[in-house]
Design a protein around this ligand. Structure first.
Ligand SMILES: Cc1cc2nc3c(=O)[nH]c(=O)nc-3n(C[C@H](O)[C@H](O)[C@H](O)COP(=O)(O)O)c2cc1C
Length: 190
C-alpha cells in the first residue's frame, strides 16, 4: 500500500479546505491501494519555522520538528490541498514545507487547489518552484476548483462528475508514482 498523506493547507477557523480535504480523504481511504494519513495543519499547529539550522543539515532541535520529520519521512506520496490567497498558496503549507528537506526528496505530490475566480491555478503555479527546491515530483494530474464555496453546504463538499473523474486520475498517478519513486529513493539513498 502507498502511504499517502493528505495535507489540509488552510488553517482558518471557517475554511472550505476542510470539507474539500474530507472528500479527498474519504475517496482515498476507500481505495485499497492507499494507507491514508490525514494531516490537518491546523491541528499540527507548527509555529513559524523556528529551527536555527537549515533543514538540509537534518540537525533538528525542537520536538515539533522531530515529530513532523518522522511523519513526512514515513510517507510515500502527498496530496496538498491549498486555497489561493492573493495569487499564491497557503502560507501555513509553505511553513510546513520549509521545516524539512530530505524528507520530501523524490516523493510525488498532487495538488488540489481551489479559490474564487482563479480556481487556485495561480496558487499551484506558485507551488511548483517550491516543489523543485524540495526535490518533490509533481504529478500531472490535479484538481482545480473554481468558486469552491458553491460546492460546499453544511460543511460538506459535493463534487461534480468532473471533480470525481479528476480525483480518480490523481489517485491513479500517485498509486504508480509512489512505489516507482520509492524504488528510485532506495537506489539513491540505500
Ligand atoms: C486573504 C485571502 C486572499 C484571497 N485571494 C484570492 C485570490 O487571489 N484568488 C482567488 O481566486 N481567491 C482568493 N481568495 C478566495 C479564497 O480562495 C476562498 O475564499 C477560499 O475559500 C479560501 O480557502 P479556505 O476557506 O480553505 O481558507 C482569497 C481569500 C482570502 C481570505
Amino acid at each position: 500500500m502507498v502511504k499517502l498523506m493528505i495535507v489540509v493547507g488552510s488553517v482558518r477557523p471557517v475554511r472550505v479546505g476542510l470539507p474539500v480535504a474530507e472528500w479527498v480523504r474519504d475517496v482515498a481511504a476507500a481505495d485499497e491501494r492507499f494507507e491514508v494519513d490525514f494531516c490537518d495543519l491546523k491541528e499540527l499547529d507548527l509555529p513559524f519555522m523556528d529551527e536555527p539550522k537549515h533543514p538540509r543539515f537534518h540537525d533538528y532541535s525542537l520536538p515539533h520538528t522531530f515529530a513532523w520529520s518522522e511523519r513526512v519521512a514515513g510517507t510515500d506520496a502527498f496530496i496538498f490541498i491549498s486555497p489561493e490567497y492573493n495569487y499564491s498558496y497557503s502560507p501555513a503549507l509553505k511553513n510546513a514545507i520549509d521545516y524539512l528537506f530530505v524528507e520530501w526528496h523524490r516523493k510525488p505530490v498532487a495538488f488540489v487547489a481551489y479559490g474564487g475566480a482563479s480556481s487556485g491555478s495561480r496558487g499551484v503555479a506558485a507551488m511548483r518552484p517550491v516543489m523543485a527546491a524540495t526535490g518533490m515530483v509533481a504529478a500531472m494530474a490535479g484538481i482545480e476548483l473554481t468558486f469552491v464555496g458553491q460546492h460546499v453546504a453544511d460543511g460538506v463538499f459535493t463534487p461534480t462528475d468532473a471533480h470525481t473523474a479528476a480525483l480518480v486520475n490523481v489517485l491513479a498517478e500517485l498509486a504508480i508514482l509512489g512505489p516507482e519513486l520509492a524504488t528510485m529513493r532506495a537506489k539513491l539513498y540505500g
